[in-house]
Ligand binder design. Sequence first.
Ligand code: ATP
Ligand code: MG
Length: 333
Amino acid sequence: MSRDLAIDLGTANTLVYAKGKGVVLNEPTVVALDSRTREVLAIGMDAWQMIGRTPGYIVAERPLRGGAITDFEVTERMLHVLLHRVGVSRLNRPKVLICVPSAITAVERRAVKEAARRAGASASFLIEQPMAAAIGAGLSIHEPVGNMVVDIGGGTAEMAVISLGGVVAVRALRCGGFDFDAALQTYVRHEHGVAIGERTAEAVKLAIGSAFPYPGEQGAEIRGREVATGRPKTVLLSPEEVRGALEENVTSVIAAAANCLGDAPPELAQDIMFQGVHLTGGGALLRGMTQRVADATAVPVHLVDTPLECVVQGAGLCLESFDSLKRLFTTDD
Ligand SMILES: Nc1ncnc2c1ncn2[C@@H]1O[C@H](COP(=O)(O)OP(=O)(O)OP(=O)(O)O)[C@@H](O)[C@H]1O
Ligand SMILES: [Mg+2]
């Protein structure tokens, strides 16, 4: 029997939810290819291990940037392997619901649906990420009450005010956790003359990164290559330095959240003053992010229970009550 699937095809992580089962797959959105033949050698965690470490002919690629598919051929192959892993075959072709960024273009929408169909889906539907996130966060989206979600992912930050099952105000930035990592790489190169890889930058961010001072702050030692000499070099980074390097990105995300709330009609904005803003996505886990969003919007902020799974959980709930929630899916073909 085919089990319908929900897919959160994120810039950083891809999650698959199977109807009646829950999350069945959670892997980094990375594909390792043989550059000579374009053959897919590995996807997900196996491919992620190869980033920055592959011999010349193997390339580890992230097929999405800023929440958008930059390489359709590779994305389709990745979807094919992923769907195969969760049991999709020529005889078993499920319906697939895919979460997409709200800023996606009509052309991109069609391309995503097409990619899913070619990868084995019998039919494909799309749901906007902020809507899925709101459902996953357990918000009562059908009530005539304003709810706000802020999703900070790897390549995008999306925020929306939702009421009566519709998006009332939305802001989306092509800025997320990867941009935080890139800012840290740039900082270390400029200030310390040392080049570090994106995985090292992310590790530092996870270990000591913050958006606001926190108790027990510590520095971190990182290893990279000295730009001038090409030799390995160790640098000690302070928590203030790391915070400073991330600040510009943090500021743009929280400014967008404040503006999104400002776009909402006054009645709904008042609801949100009581309900608070719900934060989801991996970027919401950055230390002090909750506090910074609260300061910028002057409303209470709640971090959802499982920020990295919230979107796919929401889409999964839609599968469970497909017919009643069907009108939330965008249909434009
Ligand atoms: N504890 C943490 N502190 C800071 N950042 C974190 C933490 N955990 C994960 N992240 C960051 O969250 C990002 C991944 O989040 P998520 O899986 O929500 O993104 P995504 O859904 O794949 O991307 P998008 O929605 O933008 O397409 C990565 O950049 C990762 O570094
Ligand atoms: Mg996401």
